[in-house]
Design a protein around this ligand. Structure first.
Ligand code: SAM
Length: 232
């Protein structure tokens, strides 16, 4: 059984999977939308998504009117730049860094992001803070919020079905904080997600309906702020 030819091994009733190369796990749209609804950033807020992959997270931020600069270590169709985040210098100063970092590099991503801006949001495994090695980082830079998602997103649903599901948290640094608030987040409803999903599928060239059909116009500017106004 070649390690790269067989994607899974059965262990009891559970499947185990090989890790994806470069820890590439695209984020379901609603896991990003819940952060957007929580943060309520104004349209035009500048965000660097430094591990953007195929753009699943960045597209949701665009749908919410944010001005997103997307890069990844890998060259992807979506990203505007190809760079190792830890080595990269930002060409502009983003107000926020928001991403779902490769798990093995989460600590480094957080540290580098906080050296760029005090406003950072990272989607992390729920047990992220259950580690002796991370307590100094927490004490040095206490996050403003730790926000568990109250559902378990499926990061590879199209490829692997509903499993594996993962417990995840948004960890948000919003300027320096003395106190960390714990705020569980409700899953956005299907109604809430309908326009966002349509926008993202169109933006990412997936099989969604044509954006002009969705919006009932054919002369729409692609400016994300304007789209936000229209999509509400
Ligand atoms: C968990 S995926 C997240 C993708 C995207 N943010 C999303 O949520 O859909 C992690 C991404 O980090 C990228 N990556 C891994 N190491 C990196 C590094 N040192 N610098 C920049 N990107 C990196 C991978 O190529 C992959 O696309």
């Amino acid at each position: 059984m070649g390690i790269h030819t067989v994607a899974s091994a059965i262990v009891g009733a559970q499947k185990t999977w090989e890790r994806k190369p470069a820890d590439f796990y695209p984020t379901p749209y609603d896991a990003t939308q819940v952060l957007m609804d929580f943060l309520q950033l104004r349209a035009g807020t500048t965000v660097w998504e430094p591990a953007a992959g195929d753009g699943d997270m960045a597209a949701v931020m665009e749908a919410n009117g944010l001005d997103v600069w997307a890069t990844d270590m890998r060259q992807t169709a979506f990203c505007e730049g190809c760079s190792n985040f830890m080595l990269s210098r930002q060409p502009v100063s983003p107000e926020w860094v928001i991403t779902n970092p490769p798990f093995k590099l989460s600590v480094e991503f957080i540290g580098h992001a906080l050296s760029i801006t005090p406003n950072v949001a990272m989607l992390l495994k729920s047990q992220f803070w259950h580690a002796r090695s991370r307590i100094e980082m927490f004490e040095r830079n206490p996050p403003s919020y730790v926000c568990p998602l109250t559902w378990r997103p499926s990061f590879l649903e199209k490829e692997r079905g509903k499993s594996p599901l993962m417990d995840v948290i948004w960890v948000v640094w919003k300027g320096p904080a003395n106190v960390t608030e714990f705020v569980p987040l409700r899953r956005p409803t299907k109604d809430r997600m309908a326009d966002i999903t349509a926008f993202c599928d169109r933006r990412l060239g997936r099989n969604g309906a044509d954006l002009d059909d969705i919006l009932g116009t054919s002369s729409l500017s692609t400016n994300s702020g304007e789209l936000h106004d229209i999509l509400g």
